[in-house]
Design a protein around this ligand. Structure first.
Ligand code: FAD
Length: 286
């Protein structure tokens, strides 16, 4: 099923993101994770893709196939384009088509000094346009409540987003954020700019200290004082940090639902306990 269909019904979506385990030897563990995640009845599960062939990206399609075939849940395959030419993208697209995969999150991918960039796709919008011109996928795109780090300002960020939607992106999934107002601002700016596709907030519960350090180095997200206090106080107390991080994420999710957002996308970090805690916390929240 194309996941754009979900948003035509008057129903809030629930989706999870997982990543292929780094080592082949850990691939079996993904079934343990999927078993629990799928019991929570998500509308779809997205599987990340290591830009330029890093991080076991060759396993992305295999895992997506497994999700569809063995768990009956719709997969969304992340696909990056900066390090591929058209013929390589065709190989991925054909493998997905023959596996019955109908949904692609089309991305540019991060720049990496160690992986050579190719010249067919400069922006995600180029990939969206190419996929839409040749294949019958539902194509999703990424968006950034606090601007993509390479964007000069909010206006140029929004221009890039509009180009992606004009090229055919039917749903947008957001980068993680810790201040809901940043997401609400983006949603409003999208409406003003005539971007009328569902914009789904991506939420990542922060549950351990190493993860926080990685977040700080990788993404643009600002850390509100309320959130910083939790980290400072519980950084060396893993159980307390887990509980506090989960409660913080849950409070974000409840506020977003109360605002009427079309869905929640949870960055699960392959930790099904995280997904279960959030789902338990919103069981009666409509
Ligand atoms: P773009 O949309 O191309 O944006 C990049 C920059 O170019 C922005 O500054 C934008 O404003 C500008 N821009 C965009 N279009 C145009 C245009 N037509 N003209 C001029 N400027 C333009 N990375 C991975 O490697 N693997 C993953 O699986 C993965 N999953 C992700 C999932 C989500 C939900 C998100 C939010 C990000 C994910 N990423 C992933 C990270 C992503 O690859 C990086 O953030 C990357 O730097 C940008 O990708 P993009 O698709 O947003 O790029």
């Amino acid at each position: 099923m194309k996941i754009s269909e979900i948003y035509k019904k008057d129903k809030r979506s629930l989706s999870f993101e997982i990543f292929p385990p780094k080592k082949d030897s850990e691939l079996e563990n993904i079934d343990e994770t999927l078993k629990v995640l799928c019991e929570l009845s998500p509308d779809y599960i997205s599987v990340t893709f290591g830009a330029g062939g890093s991080s076991n990206s060759n396993k992305t399609i295999e895992i997506a196939k497994n999700i569809k075939k063995n768990y009956g849940v719709e997969p969304v395959v992340h696909l990056t384009s900066l390090h591929y030419d058209k013929s390589e993208i065709d190989s991925f697209a054909e493998a997905m088509s023959s596996a019955g995969i109908e949904n692609i999150l089309a991305l540019r991918g991060d720049r990496s000094p160690s992986i050579q960039e190719k010249s067919d796709f400069h922006h995600a919008s180029d990939l969206v346009e190419y996929l839409k011109s040749k294949y019958d996928f539902c194509v999703l795109g990424a968006c950034y409540p606090e601007c993509h780090p390479e964007s000069e300002d909010k206006i140029s960020d929004l221009r890039g987003l509009k180009a992606k939607v004009n090229a055919g992106a039917e749903v947008l999934i957001s980068q993680l954020f810790f201040e809901n107002d940043k997401f609400y601002d983006l949603s409003e700016h999208c409406k003003i700019a005539g971007i009328n596709v569902p914009v789904i907030p991506g939420i990542m519960p922060v549950i351990n200290a190493a993860q926080i350090r990685r977040m700080l180095s990788l993404c643009n997200a600002s850390f509100p004082a309320r959130f910083q206090r939790i980290i400072q106080r519980y950084e060396n107390n893993p159980q307390a940090l887990f509980d506090a991080g989960m409660s913080y994420a849950l409070s974000q999710v409840i506020d977003l639902i109360a605002d009427g957002i079309p869905g929640i996308h949870l960055y699960t970090m392959n930790n099904p306990v995280v997904a279960r805690r959030i789902c338990d916390g919103i069981r009666n929240i409509v």
